[in-house]
Ligand binder design. Sequence first.
Ligand code: AMP
Ligand code: ZN
Length: 114
Amino acid sequence: MKDCIFCKIAAGELPSKKAYEDEQVLAFYDIHPQAPVHILIIPKTHCASGAAEITPENSAVVARCFEVAAKLAGELGVAGGFRIVTNNGAKAGQTVPHLHFHLLAGRDLHLTMG
Ligand code: AMP
Ligand code: ZN
């Protein structure tokens, strides 16, 4: 989608520090990390602006994003303690309207939901 920064990152038009990539999914390090491990996992195509637009037609890539999260958590040695977050809508703190999942780990996460 035009003017979408995550579409541009997925297309290689903007730089990112990649953690994983395949045909459907890109994972890259968040530019403002909220935890020692903070990776964004995105569908490469702009199939949804956020979780509210997940449908039977586009949900396969959502499953793929979670597979990638599990793989990265294992590789990074945080499989015993990580969180996957998606913010939907400005009221929930979403700033980039391209479906994405935050993989957070490496600090104590169990006391907060934020
Ligand atoms: P959200 O607020 O849930 O929409 O998450 C968007 C995330 O994208 C934030 O955590 C930002 O720090 C992150 N972000 C924005 N621009 C970039 C970028 N160019 N490279 C990496 N992460 C980014
Ligand atoms: Zn996009």
